[in-house]
Ligand binder design. Structure first.
Ligand code: ADP
Ligand code: MG
Length: 401
């Protein structure tokens, strides 16, 4: 069982990080020292680092950040990524418009559970049948998230619709009365034909979603070339559906292999998680799950990195711990690892939990370093995680049992 240590410090501005409708959780007003039952950390926690604990991610780059989520190959998780990263960004306080550019085969509305609320699409806007704000579907859970569909399901793309129309749309979103959104996410169709070209035209950065298999990688490589030709230089990748058990058995490429093959900055690593399929079918995006799931946490951290234009590193570790029960670290999330199976470690510059390693004696004591609290040491049953995760997910002190 994983239990969280209570967060001992007051949050200076908690409201921005929580639901706009529910009141922010109350934090203790007095500082209670952490009760450590193990040796003191080497580096003392500085005041500056404590303040960072409650910081919001710093939005870098000019707004709106127009990000296309693409892959080449179909079924690798573009729509899942758009929905989950989009809602995570909204939850972090940024305004987001997600455009489903998968004309004819749109399904972002289904994943978001908004299918019954899409009355108008961009095609009607362009025909003059409705206003742009009538086609924007505001999410009831997070009002700073809006969905825009290009066309009705199963309809064909009108001949005149192309990149220019999408650029016009992005410009119209910039000039809205409500103000310019922070992020415009474009869910790109599979393939590299007209629909792909249209979807990438207004974008100035791209998130390339791939799975660790050779077919997806070949398509991803081709797409990277096309994005670069189009002038999109800021390309980061998300490696989705990763299975550590298969990597260990050498039946799946590791994230490190993928990174070496594609040579792209890594935005996130998402594990294969049956919860993804469950939440897809329920129309309830994974990142809203309470308690959080592993894939949900990984998507959330990818969103955090996207905001800060940060990336992470994949590192392989070969250590075999001697005792039972430990945490492994995966895509910036914490895993309840299998006995003796810690094999991979990833960390990003701004990760909440920065890195994790076995202590020098190779026991089950692990050390987690976050940008906020520099060193926290755990024993095999205690884990120190950013309280935002704990509070945001209903104050549940457990990741999983
Ligand atoms: P795309 O938009 O690239 O075609 P989708 O996002 O629609 O791909 O995902 C395709 C399928 O893969 C969906 O059924 C989805 O639930 C499943 N899927 C995506 N990511 C994961 C994951 N990390 N673990 C398990 N299933 C996943
Ligand atoms: Mg899709």
């Amino acid at each position: 069982m994983i239990s969280f240590h209570p967060f001992p410090f007051p949050n200076p501005n908690p409201s921005s990080l929580y639901s706009p409708t529910s009141p922010p959780p109350s934090f203790p007003t007095t500082l209670t020292p952490l009760k450590l039952h193990y040796p003191k950390p080497k580096h003392p926690t500085s005041v500056r680092s404590l303040l960072q604990y409650n910081r919001k991610p710093q939005l870098s780059g000019e707004t709106p950040r127009v990000v296309v989520i693409t892959s080449g190959k179909g079924g690798v998780g573009k729509t899942t990524t758009t929905a989950n990263v989009g809602l995570s960004l909204a939850r972090l306080g940024f305004s987001v418009v997600a455009i489903d550019a998968d004309v004819g085969l749109r399904n972002l509305d289904l994943l978001l559970g908004l299918e019954n609320r899409v009355n108008y699409t961009v095609i009607e806007v362009l025909n003059g049948d409705c206003r742009l704000d009538q086609a924007l579907v505001r999410d009831k859970r997070w009002s700073n998230f809006e969905l825009l569909c290009i066309s009705k399901p199963r309809s064909k793309l009108p001949i005149g619709f192309g990149g220019k129309a999408l650029v016009w749309l992005v410009d119209a979103l910039k000039d809205r009365q409500e103000g310019c959104p922070d992020f415009i996410l474009i869910d790109c169709p599979a393939g590299i034909d007209a629909g792909f070209i249209t979807a990438i035209t207004p974008a100035n950065e791209a998130v390339l979603v791939t799975t660790p298999d050779i077919t997806a990688l070949r398509d991803a490589d081709r797409v990277t070339g096309l994005l670069e030709c189009d002038g999109i230089k800021d390309i980061k990748m998300i490696v989705n559906r990763v299975r550590t058990d298969m990597i260990k058995g050498e039946d799946m490429m590791s994230v490190l292999d993928v990174q070496e093959m594609l040579g792209l900055a890594l935005l996130g690593v998402i594990p294969e998680d049956s919860e993804v399929i469950r939440s897809t079918n329920r129309g309830f995006p994974l990142v809203l799950n309470k308690p959080p799931t592993l894939a949900g946490l990984a998507f959330e951290q990818a969103a955090w990195r996207l905001v800060e234009q940060d990336s992470m590193q994949a590192v392989m570790m070969e250590e075999e711990p001697k005792k039972r029960g430990f945490f492994s670290f995966f895509g910036g999330s914490c895993f309840w690892g299998e006995k003796g199976k810690l094999s991979a470690m990833y960390s990003g510059k701004h990760d909440l939990v920065k890195t994790l390693y076995l202590d020098a004696a190779q026991t089950t004591n692990l050390v987690l370093i976050s940008p906020s609290i520099e060193v926290q040491q755990t024993d095999s049953t205690q884990l120190f995680l950013d309280p935002r995760f704990v509070e945001r997910h209903g104050g549940k002190g457990k990741l999983n049992d």
